[in-house]
Write a protein that binds this ligand. Sequence first.
Ligand SMILES: [Zn+2]
Length: 138
Amino acid sequence: MTAFLRFGYVNYTPDTEVVRFIRGLREGKLYGTECVGCGEFYFPPRSDCGKCVKGDGMEWKEISGDAKLVTFSISQFAPKGFEKVVPYILAVGQLKEGPNVVAHLEGVEKEEIEIGMDIKLVVKEIGEDRYIYVFVPK
Ligand SMILES: [Zn+2]
């Protein structure tokens, strides 16, 4: 099995240069990449920098997961592959490291959600050796 088949409810991505990301998930760690050329930080990780396009390489860095809730939406209907998890809260959180990340927000009632609240991005195992990342309240 290619490593990326371990990520997500539905797999959209073939094996790539960012396979280290998947190894991190198995250890409960989330890794992003930082451009050596310009310092731009990416999560999920990218193997090339879209900002400076210098090709100086990327440095792998474990992220803290600490984030602030930017916005959210509650999905009552799901695309193929997500039928078992509706309704779910889809959130955008800004990581302490900079990037905005889209992920499910779990472990919180909708009445408790506040824009700007502290949340944390964590690894969740959704099946045997299969993972996603989700936001939880901090
Ligand atoms: Zn760059």
